[in-house]
Design a protein around this ligand. Structure first.
Ligand SMILES: [Zn+2]
Length: 299
């Protein structure tokens, strides 16, 4: 087991060589937190339970329905009734405490990749995991309010993992009608904007490529209404394809990954850490999902 300084140097070197969010996937412990949180050995988290990931589907909304209520009224108030939706909030709040676990190799449908990564952060230390968790929370609440059954790939923002292959499995097992991987990127400071990452046929996902690409275009058009510009460095017109991500290669349901902005750009970062933007992001993602599924939203 290398000493902590050796690990720090090694991970900083790794971070320097790599960049971005889903491409970078560093195991660098963010300095803003590592100074105060100690080592994995003293973590209050139980690695065993924290890593297990799992399904957080929450209770199905069960608001009272008067016997005489017309079905059209229920469709208006619960436009996503009967719909199953998967949400994968990228990374996890304490991933940085266990680089050994994160570097475990898992099969992503084409090759091996790291189990998970720490994610990126803004220059002033706001972690990507916090951002993805916040948006996922708003999104899950919106969707449940509209009557959807929501499945999340992690229960909290204070654990480690689960691995990316397990996240895909959770959403597949839920038989989601549509799903999203929520991320933010860590590109160069001058780069701006959001992009949608779409799957490439890789076997398991063969039957959902066309639908995922249609969903990606809908999401691109909706997310542009949040105030975040379309990416000026990633893909074309806010869309790109990726064949190196487990979440996209292993999905059996229509799914895309969104990089909601560049956390290393000051203007994007100001938006990404603002609760008002996070709420708008959730609303636009929910609207895109509903449109993709042929439902009216918010009703
Ligand atoms: Zn990420």
């Amino acid at each position: 087991m290398p000493s902590a300084p050796v690990l720090l140097v090694a991970t900083l070197l790794t971070a320097g060589l790599l960049g971005g969010c889903t491409t970078h996937e560093t195991t660098e412990p963010p300095a803003s937190r590592s100074a105060t949180t100690g080592t994995a050995a003293t973590s209050p988290d139980s690695p065993g339970s924290a890593r297990s990931g799992g399904v957080s589907s929450g209770p199905a909304p069960s608001g009272p329905v008067s016997p005489g209520a017309a079905s059209s009224d229920r469709r208006t108030t619960r436009p996503l009734a009967g719909v199953r939706i998967g949400i994968d909030p990228g990374h996890n709040g304490r991933n940085y405490t266990d680089p050994g676990y994160l570097s475990t190799q898992v099969w992503n449908g084409r090759t091996s990749e790291d189990c998970n990564t720490t994610g990126t952060e803004t220059d002033d230390g706001y972690p990507e995991a916090d951002f993805t968790w916040a948006v996922a929370g708003y999104l899950a609440a919106d969707l449940r309010r509209a009557g959807a059954h929501v499945v999340l790939t992690r229960h909290s923002n204070t654990g480690v993992g689960p691995c990316v292959d397990r996240r895909a499995e959770i959403i597949n097992d839920a038989h989601a009608d549509v799903a999203i991987d929520i991320h933010a990127d860590g590109a160069s400071a001058s780069a701006r904007g959001f992009a949608i990452l779409q799957p490439v046929a890789s076997g398991i996902n063969d039957a959902v490529i066309g639908r995922s690409h249609r969903y990606a275009r809908i999401l691109r058009d909706e997310f542009a209404k949040t105030g975040m510009p379309v990416s000026d460095y990633l893909g074309s017109d806010g869309l790109t394809t990726r064949d190196d991500l487990a979440g996209l290669n292993l999905t059996s349901v229509p799914q895309v990954l969104i990089e909601c902005g560049n956390m290393r750009n000051a203007q994007d970062a100001a938006l990404l850490r603002a609760p008002a933007f996070q709420r708008r992001a959730a609303t636009r993602i929910a609207t895109a999902m509903a449109t993709f599924l042929g439902r009216r939203y918010p009703g």
